[in-house]
Design a protein around this ligand. Structure first.
Ligand SMILES: [Fe+2]
Ligand SMILES: [Fe+2]
Length: 228
């Protein structure tokens, strides 16, 4: 579907690992290799890092000007960094354990998107990576929603996904490189998935749905990655 037989060789995910051997078995069964995961040890959450990218990043030719444009996704208002930072904090403040887990999973994936954006900027010959947007304006904590109400948090998260997707749509039209377009399309499609899951979580909370019905959000997230 995405033109690469290696799609699942490099995979980035953050998972709450209660039982690590079972997790590995499940991921290997699904042909995943983990780059990141989250492990609960006595209530402490730890990241473990595996080197690799979620999706191949290739460019057909250097284009420093488009590299500058891509900084919008690295250190801009609607960047992957803003999304990852926002969702992680929302995860910590979210009382529903499944929605909290969903936010952590998506936050980790946004970090993997950030890695892809960084790799693309470097391959395009853009300027050294730092937390600025395409105009060189430094990233600001004001870009991050810090609501505490679950509905407000999920509303802000869904809106962040819509803005990120719009930005990818715009930048898709600003390059003629099919390899870059493929990466941008992939990233935009992932933001659609995230938006859908945030809206679903919000609806379940509004309906006062039983706790168990939120579990399906995690399953749906894990099944949302396209097969090669
Ligand atoms: Fe993203
Ligand atoms: Fe997203």
């Amino acid at each position: 579907m995405f033109g690469s037989p290696h799609f699942f060789i490099n995979f980035f995910i953050l998972l709450p690992c209660i039982n690590l051997p079972d997790l590995w078995e499940e991921l290997l069964r699904q042909n995943y290799s983990i780059i990141h995961y989250l492990k609960y040890i006595g209530g402490i959450k730890l990241f473990k890092y595996f080197n690799g990218l979620l999706y191949p990043v290739e460019v057909s030719y250097p284009d420093p000007e488009f590299g500058r444009v891509m900084f919008e996704h690295y250190g801009g208002k609607d960047s992957e960094f803003s999304a990852a930072t926002q969702y992680m904090n929302h995860s910590y403040n979210m009382p529903n354990p499944y929605v909290s887990e969903l936010l952590s999973l998506i936050a980790a994936e946004e970090h993997s998107h950030m890695e892809m954006v960084a790799a693309s900027i470097q391959k395009l010959g853009g300027h050294p990576l730092c937390y600025v947007n395409s105009q060189g304006v430094p990233w600001s904590i004001e870009y991050v929603d810090q609501s505490l109400d679950p509905i407000a948090m999920l509303q802000a998260d869904a809106e962040a996904e819509i803005r990120a997707k719009q930005l990818y749509n715009l930048h898709f039209t600003m390059t003629c490189d099919p390899k870059l377009q493929r990466m941008i399309r992939f990233l935009g499609e992932r933001e659609d998935v995230h938006q859908h899951l945030f809206e679903k979580a919000r609806a379940l909370i509004l309906q006062n749905a039983p706790l168990d019905s939120f579990r399906r959000l995690i399953t749906e997230y894990r099944m949302s990655f396209p097969t090669a």
